[in-house]
Design a protein around this ligand. Sequence first.
Ligand code: CMC
Length: 430
Amino acid sequence: MNERPNALLNIGDKTVELPRTNASIGNDGIGVSRLMADGGVVALDPGFTNTASCASAVTYIDGDAGILRYRGYPIEQLAKNSSFLEVAYLLIYGELPTQTQLENFVMRVKNHRLLHENFRAFFTAFPHRGHPMAILQAGVAGMATYYEDTLDPRDPAQLDTAAVLLLAKLPTMISYIAKRAAGLPLTYPDAQRGYTEDFIQMTFGMPYQSHDIDPALVRALDMLLILHADHEQNCSTSTVRLVGSSQANLYASVAAGVGALAGPLHGGANEAVLRMLHQIRDTGDPVQVFVDKVKSKAEGVRLMGFGHRVYKNYDPRAAIVKETAHDVLSRLGKRDELLDIAMELEAIALSDDYFKERKLYPNVDFYTGLIYSAMGFTTKLFTPLFALGRLPGWIAQYVEMTKDPATKIGRPRQVYVGEVERDYVPLSRR
Ligand code: CMC
């Protein structure tokens, strides 16, 4: 029995009953699909600040309490105990794998890490300074041309293969993009190495040299990928779902997600944070001067890496990343001036009324760039690292959408505010 009542909405002299979808935890949903038919109006919610686009069982966030859970498991436990591929399995298939399931999954991913040889030429077609996210987006979309027997989202076996191919090939693709940008030889995947370790080897190693990688750094990067793995209906994930709702294949949908993630208000913020820290250091002004500029809103400057649509509390991922930043930097023997600036910025902002009143806290991007930079990744590679981390989430949400009987092609309405009707005026009379 549904103990939570439907909503009643009065529009003029009509009362429209809006059905309620119960959440297992968090906000229930009020269905507005009948609003137009029964009330003659549409729901208007720019930026979807109050609109759920779907029912989902993948990720739960409580932004006020600073809680993030994948399939019910707290992010802190997964970050501490799990591996990126295990988390990918959890997100996509809904349960933690048994030992055999995990081994099979890891093996499937391992077997597909190699990119089609033609891809080497594909990456040379782009200017070497071209942004890696643009190249990555093209590469992901291009996979659809190589694996045509994995394109049908209505066939679970094809979809599953596409998911494995994407997980397997994205690290290789990102490493190729990095190597091309630096003019260095591409390195093939090494089956002896684990997923994240091999990604580091392909990105920094040379084909003619054996490269020992500190396991603590491999673990740190693997953990950062876990922290990025899903974040419910964020901009890029909603993009993946919207594109996929037309039954576009998984590669096309994920490529669209890569495009959305590239924006500076979304995944591109990690790059923007580092640029901001450099700028503060280079001006030599006290950190407070920059904070004052942000508060004045005069130049539209924002404190990058701060604020979040959902978190109105400390982003639980940021807390873990901050700790990792200290560990990684001290492990690499780098006393980073930029980390000092970041910590001062955070301290000033957290005690300032402007940020307190607006509930602006550090988000996941605030400290990640510092770690990536210390590991040797160039700034332009930060957002591709976010894409690699977010990939399991995009896949899991796409798969969930294809299985959901309520899925329809995404097609929002609008409230039209333009000219009502006018007659065409010939050019000579304008
Ligand atoms: N610095 C200064 N002021 C800010 C900031 C910021 N980083 N973020 C929000 N505000 C202010 C904003 O000016 C507004 O003030 P007022 O009420 O006086 O007009 C108020 O806070 C609410 O901001 P909003 O833009 O309406 O909030 P939103 O939910 O639409 O935006 C956001 C969320 C993440 C886009 C925004 O906080 C932002 O631009 N942050 C900086 C970029 C960033 O770090 N993005 C990464 C997000 S986390 C990773 C990811 O999901 O990709």
